[in-house]
Design a protein around this ligand. Structure first.
Ligand SMILES: NC(=O)c1ccc[n+]([C@@H]2O[C@H](COP(=O)([O-])OP(=O)(O)OC[C@H]3O[C@@H](n4cnc5c(N)ncnc54)[C@H](O)[C@@H]3O)[C@@H](O)[C@H]2O)c1
Length: 391
């Protein structure tokens, strides 16, 4: 049975997801970078079907995903013709691209209010019938509501400063689930707090639906988490942690805007205290934009600690990582697992899944743990629910 997926934000991550998925379906590609590809899940990778896409960039809205992909990755990858069938629709902007050098327009501007824009989305979702909505839009400043009333009031008042685009999409997907009785899983791989927002989790629970998030864990953060676990297990006392990230994609460009970088800093830093049990001095954040690096970011890490007999050790890691494909591979499993959890009546959010896939796992107040632990805990959870079938 097909798992119907709608994408929000047709940027590099979503484009790698779409291109890679079609290439796997065509038998051109091994599913490397898809964490659970070697396990038998109720849905195969080939069952995923992208049925819709949203953006607010005038260069993308109205174009096919094929055209967008040709422009973004056409010089390095073959772009499957099947992507010609998906046309990028206009989404809700709510200021998510303010300060960036793109010409944008949201549905709320076209229709006069955020409420009308949300209603339009709900109607479109009813046509597309998604099981999964993936939010891979630009990192935006956003705050949790934690109260359903406060969220509803902000929508009623059309409070565009308080509402984030992510909240509007998540609310639209909830309404679609409530009004149609079709369950939906909202996968939030950007830092906006949704799986950590009590209001969103409560609404999804009410609609027997699921929100997974927040902020996909790829690249340096999961590696740092595992290295810190290594230190904690050996009772090495960490004196300092430095982690730099420099990249040349538009995600890094967006993070040059201070409030956005703050969003990332918060999600990345919570790993330290959660894993070590104390807040070792650290500098962990996306550090800069350097265009020639493109999507293959440069990451450098330094960890310094006290060992037995009071002596001090240091570790230095340098790497170049293809940023967007790393997250795109995770999306393949998040969509399949999310749908399988819905089938098993899991609702609200699912911490064991978030703890592995996300930098800041929901629900609110949840701890970050080393990925190596989170991975085995998640496998056990999925086995207990029968999502992973023993072969
Ligand atoms: N490894 C990774 O690349 C990684 C890891 C964790 C999180 N993320 C997050 O994933 C997101 C996407 O990353 P990317 O590299 O694809 O960035 P990108 O800039 O290439 O793509 C973002 C897309 O979202 C669109 N967009 C912005 N606001 C929108 C809105 N309100 N509605 C619909 N579309 C909107 C933009 O026009 C753009 O096409 C970012 O928020 C990033 O922080 C990426």
């Amino acid at each position: 049975m097909a798992v119907r997926v709608v994408i929000v934000g047709q940027g590099l991550v979503a484009t790698h997801f779409a291109v890679g998925l079609e290439r796997i379906k065509a038998g051109e590609l091994e599913p490397y970078g898809v964490p659970l590809a070697r396990y038998k899940l109720p849905y195969r990778i080939e069952d995923l079907e992208i049925v819709g896409s949203y953006d607010v960039d005038e260069e993308k809205v109205g174009r096919s995903v094929y055209e967008v992909a040709r422009r973004l990755v056409g010089d390095i990858l073959p772009v499957p013709e099947t992507l010609k069938e998906i046309v990028v629709r206009r989404g809700i902007h709510l200021g998510s691209m303010v300060g960036l050098p793109f010409k944008v327009k949201g549905l709320e501007e076209e229709l006069g209010s955020t409420k009308a824009a949300i209603e339009r989305l709900v109607d479109e979702f009813k046509e597309m019938r998604p099981d999964v909505v993936i939010n891979a839009a630009t990192t935006e400043p956003a705050r949790a509501f934690n109260s359903v009333d406060a969220l509803l009031e902000a929508i009623e008042r059309d409070d565009r400063d308080r509402l984030s685009a992510s909240h509007a999409y998540a609310y639209a997907a909830y309404l679609y689930a409530k009004e149609t009785g079709r369950k939906v899983v909202f996968v939030n791989v950007i830092p906006s707090p949704l799986a950590r927002d009590d209001a969103i989790v409560a609404l999804y629970e009410k609609a027997a639906s699921l929100v997974l998030g927040d902020d996909g864990a790829t690249g340096a953060t999961p590696l740092t988490a595992d290295l810190l676990e290594h230190m904690a297990e050996r009772n090495r006392y960490v004196l300092s942690i430095a982690q730099f990230n420099i990249g040349g994609n538009t995600d890094f460009l967006a993070l040059t805007v201070p409030e956005r970088n703050k969003m990332k800093e918060e999600t990345k830093s919570s790993v330290v205290k959660d894993i070590l049990g104390y807040d070792a001095p650290h500098y962990i954040k996306p550090t800069g934009y350097l265009e020639p690096l493109g999507d293959k970011k440069f990451v450098s890490m330094h960890i310094w600690w006290k060992t037995f007999n009071g002596l001090e050790d240091e570790l230095v890691v340098n790497m170049r990582i293809n940023d967007s494909p790393a997250l795109a591979g995770l999306l393949v499993d998040l969509a399949r697992i999310g749908k399988a959890l819905l089938d098993r009546d899991v609702k609200g959010t699912a911490y064991p899944v978030n703890a592995f896939f996300m930098k800041d796992p929901g629900p609110r107040g949840s701890r970050n743990k080393a990925r190596i632990r989170a991975y085995y805990d998640m496998l056990q959870y999925l086995r207990e629910l029968g999502v992973i079938e023993e072969s």
